[in-house]
Design a protein around this ligand. Structure first.
Ligand code: COA
Length: 334
């Protein structure tokens, strides 16, 4: 889809930072009725990383951002805007963008958080793109950062084995080459799905109380099969749609970067796109579902390993609580 703006936004730098503490499947099978075999077969996850108790989401985000700024060779005061996608902000408010801005000393920017669960990074990326395309900003930092270990019930085998912590970021800058950068996006929400995947307490509907804590309402609640079914359809539909409306066949696409929630969802999505698994970016096996961090961390790792080339067409696709889902097409420019 060709855009009417003078500039395209392109990804000028990427970085990720994952916590050092590795939590294997065995960690859970030692105290819960689960097994490495079940977790690996049903999800594709072998291990995940957890932040230490005293390290909040912003800790991981700052680590990733420091790497990114160094790679790009710029200082924090050159940033115009920080957008943070997270479902695990350090606090309800101020925003984690404010916390990060202060920690890195980004004196000349503004910023805000975006909440779209596992689609958070795509929603944040598409938002950042608007500020570049309009000419309003020249350097927009888009961050996906999570401490999911802070919000899952470690006694609930249905959810605790699925998630992990981590952070990753993209820097967006303008280019006049309209064939490069973020080319197209398809994003959706459908609030009717909210009953199947949520974290009920701590907001204005169910303020934190002894009762909400006793009932575990501050933890991730997920009806796995309902989420699975909706995710398979939602993610596959938008991925196919973005390819078709940009006249891309599987051969033209270098990579699908799917949200990493479940290997079986990823496989169905790739099949629907007729894309072989060798062209699907994966890190679910070592990090689990890091919510808003899955997509940027995959891209960062593959770029760092020299697996992404300038000119590659990359399709990012996600599905998450809300429901929220979408797909973004990038032509890699660095
Ligand atoms: N270890 C062993 N057994 C487990 C288990 C675990 N960690 N977690 C669940 N089970 C059990 C269930 O209790 C159930 O037992 P029962 O039949 O005795 O009731 C059985 O396994 C099957 O549960 P089910 O929920 O049908 O499994 P599933 O194949 O659907 O896999 C998920 C569960 C959560 C892995 C899967 O549904 C999923 O990935 N859903 C989508 C998650 C997602 O995408 N989330 C994020 C979107 S952002």
């Amino acid at each position: 889809m060709s855009k009417t703006s003078k500039f395209n936004a392109y990804v000028s730098a990427v970085a990720h930072w994952m916590p050092e503490k590795v939590i294997t499947n065995r960690h859970f099978s030692d105290y819960l009725d689960t097994s490495d075999e079940w977790i690996t077969a049903r999800t594709g996850i072998s291990e995940r990383r957890f932040l230490e108790d005293e390290q909040p989401t912003s800790y991981a985000a700052v680590k990733a951002i420091e790497i990114l700024l160094k790679k790009r060779g710029i200082t924090p005061d050159e940033l115009d805007l920080i957008i943070v996608a997270t479902v695990t902000p350090d606090m309800i408010y101020p925003s984690t963008a404010c916390v990060i801005q202060d920690k890195i000393g980004a004196k000349n920017c503004w910023g805000f958080d975006i909440l779209a669960a596992c689609s958070g990074f795509l929603f944040a990326l598409n938002t950042g793109v608007q500020f570049i395309e309009s000419g309003a900003h020249k350097k927009v930092l888009v961050v996906g950062a999570e401490k999911m270990s802070a919000v899952v019930n470690m006694q609930d085998r249905n959810t605790c084995v699925l998630f992990g912590d981590g952070a990753a970021a993209f820097l967006l800058e303008p280019t006049e080459d309209k064939t490069m950068g973020i080319l197209d996006s398809v994003l959706h929400i459908d609030g009717s799905g909210g009953v199947h995947l949520n974290q009920k307490a701590g907001g204005s509907l169910h303020p934190a109380s002894h009762e909400t804590v006793d009932k575990g309402m501050h933890y991730v609640y997920q009806e796995g099969q309902a989420v699975f079914k909706a995710a398979v359809k939602g993610m596959a539909d938008v991925s196919v749609e973005i390819m078709e409306r940009n006249n891309l066949k599987a051969d033209n696409v270098a990579y699908l970067v799917p949200h990493q929630a479940n290997m079986r969802i990823i496989q169905v999505c790739a099949e629907r796109m007729k894309i072989g698994m060798e062209k699907v970016m994966l890190n679910i096996h070592k990090y689990g579902n890091t919510t808003s961090c899955t997509i940027p961390s995959c891209v960062s790792e593959y770029y760092e390993d020299g697996k992404i080339k300038k000119g590659d067409y990359i399709v990012l696709s996600s599905f998450g609580a809300g429901w929220t889902w979408g797909s973004i097409l990038i032509r890699w420019a660095i």
